[in-house]
Design a protein around this ligand. Structure first.
Ligand code: GLC
Ligand code: CA
Length: 549
């Protein structure tokens, strides 16, 4: 492929970039089959350019049976025919590159789909064969191997083991899957696995992909020696700091990423990557080091309640960490795995969101207006911080979680695999509303693969383009200003009231976020943008102002 598919430029472009996450199936449907697709993404290149982000990150678009929304990949080097073709992909990259927007692909190295040719081959091969060694097969316990090899749970249900059936119909070995049974875990001690992923990295890099988001980056290497330890759950709290957990954040996972780094650096500009690694914060710099992936998601603000103290602490802590790794910090409020932040911020602090979703969103304590104000304020705060921001499709419209999806339409494996006790993540994956009318609010010409609520009309792009104070307009204004104001990756705290987060950048750009209820006075300077109208010159509660000295 010629060099023209590459987007040239400063090799540090990513350090303070804003990356917009596209969840392909739910972004834009170009052919009316109800599923978002690659051509749909291409058709919205102007919209994304006008929004003002630096890059888009596509959640998996590879061939997949969609057992886990595409995070069950059947072929790492192709496009799902339901979503388009490689030619469509090339066209899409070109459309974005032409507008100066970079493209990230999502790589899922911990597990494949059970439909991957390697897994199918493994099922048809003998225990102990080379084909089985690419995955993690073990004999069962009990008299005739009828019990799973150990008690490890899966993220989506009670067990991470599924038993296979031999060619003659008798029960066979078990295989490990930390997620759904349709997502068998790879054996990362196997050379073929290592080499194949290098090939995948080159394949997409050659096609012009600028960066990679690495799914479950902390889980690839495992200690499968016996005796197996008892593992109750996979809470990050239980991952020790010394790399000794049997499944997560083992020290030698870095060897894999060092290998990828060589590949990234062989391109100009070097390809970049960001790790999704659910590890103790202190261990994040290992993933974010310039010798490994280069960036790691920091989900601390996503997990933080609406509190000035917590936000400030987390910002300080993460800026410190990024200094340690030599990377820039990342900031995130929403993604395809969590309840949308406009909803989270409208609920009482200690809410268990998984339980709340089970109420169909009908619990009286949800205050949407409050959630909306805080979400707008939080976004402005994030965009004023040094480092890069990852935003999730639909947050620029101020979308709320669709919490009342009925059980029969849910697609998330969490719902069925965990005995219908947890609804899972579909509520933030409902297709985007582009227009105020139509069978799927302009998502496509047909229906949407997850039903959209009627209130989506008032959150559609068409509607918000006409409202001066819409969230879409706020995002556009903030992103435009951010580009103009971007400066060194430092921040200085300005003394403030307890419920206020006030910092300034070295060019006199102030961010003041009022986490409390009472309006606060603003410092002297030019007010550049506010997330809510000022009240007698003061900044109202739950809002943010940017000021230039
Ligand atoms: C990551 C993805 C999530 C997926 C899981 C398994 O956490 O963000 O959506 O279910 O990995 O691949
Ligand atoms: Ca489609």
């Amino acid at each position: 492929m010629s060099d023209s598919v590459f987007l040239a430029g400063d090799e540090n472009w990513w350090r303070q970039a804003v990356v917009y996450q596209v969840y392909p199936r739910s972004f834009k449907d170009s052919n009316g089959d109800g599923l978002g697709d690659i051509k749909g993404i291409t058709s919205k290149a102007d919209y994304i350019a006008e929004l003002g982000v630096d890059a888009i990150w596509l959640s998996p678009f590879y061939p997949s049976a969609l057992a886990d929304g595409g995070y069950d990949v059947a072929d790492y080097r192709d496009v799902d025919p339901k979503l388009g073709s490689l030619a469509d992909f090339d066209e899409m990259i070109k459309a974005y590159h032409d507008r100066g927007i970079r493209v990230f692909a999502d790589v899922v190295p911990n597990h494949s789909s059970d439909l991957h040719v390697w897994f199918q081959e493994a099922l048809q091969s003998e225990p102990g064969s080379a084909a089985r060694d690419r995955y993690i097969f073990r004999d069962g316990k009990g008299e005739s191997g009828e019990l799973p090899p150990n008690d490890w749970p899966s993220h989506f249900g009670p067990t991470s083991w599924t038993r296979t059936t031999n060619a003659d119909g008798t029960p066979g070995q078990w295989y490990l899957h930390l997620f759904a049974p349709e997502q068998p875990d790879f054996n990362w001690d196997n050379e073929e696995v290592i080499e194949d992923f290098k090939k995948t990295m080159r394949f997409w890099s050659d096609r012009g992909v600028d960066g990679f988001r690495i799914d479950v980056a902390h889980a690839l290497k495992k200690d499968m020696s016996e005796p197996y330890p008892h593992i109750e759950n996979y809470d990050v709290k239980h991952i020790p700091l010394d790399g000794s957990h049997h499944l997560f954040d083992r020290d030698d996972v870095m060897e894999i990423y060092k290998g990828w780094r060589e590949i990234f650096n062989s391109y100009n500009p070097p390809r970049v990557a960001v790790a999704e690694a659910w590890v103790p914060a202190e261990r994040r710099p290992r993933y974010a080091s310039m010798e490994t992936l280069g960036q790691a998601f920091n989900f601390d603000l996503l997990a933080a309640p609406w509190s000035a103290k917590k936000f400030k602490k987390s910002i300080e802590f993460n800026l410190d960490l990024s200094e340690k790794s030599g990377s820039s910090s990342t900031w995130v409020l929403s993604n395809h795995d969590v309840v949308r932040h406009a909803t989270r911020y409208g609920l009482p602090k200690k809410t268990d969101y998984e339980k709340w979703v089970m109420t169909d969103g009908n619990s009286p304590e949800l205050d949407r207006e409050l959630g909306q104000s805080r979400a707008r304020a939080a976004t402005m705060l994030l965009l004023a911080l040094p480092g890069s921001t990852y935003m999730y499709q639909g947050e620029e419209l101020g979308l709320f979680e669709v919490a009342d999806l009925p059980g029969q339409v849910l697609q998330d494996p969490i719902w069925l695999r965990d005995g219908m006790t947890r609804k899972g993540r579909d509520g933030c994956r409902v297709p985007l509303p582009w227009e105020t009318t139509g069978s799927s609010f302009g998502f496509g010409t047909g229906a949407a693969h997850l039903p959209q609520p009627t209130w989506f009309a008032g959150f559609s792009v068409e509607f918000e383009e006409k409202q001066e104070d819409s969230t879409l307009k706020l995002y556009r204004a903030a992103l435009k200003l951010r580009k103009e104001l971007l400066t060194s990756e430092t921040l200085e705290w300005v003394p403030s009231k307890r419920k206020v987060v006030h910092f300034k950048r070295d060019n006199g750009w102030h961010n003041i976020t009022n986490f409390g209820k009472k309006p606060v006075a603003l410092p002297v300077g030019t007010v550049l943008l506010t997330s809510a109208p000022l009240v007698e010159g003061k900044l109202p509660g739950n809002s943010t102002a940017w000021i230039k000295e």
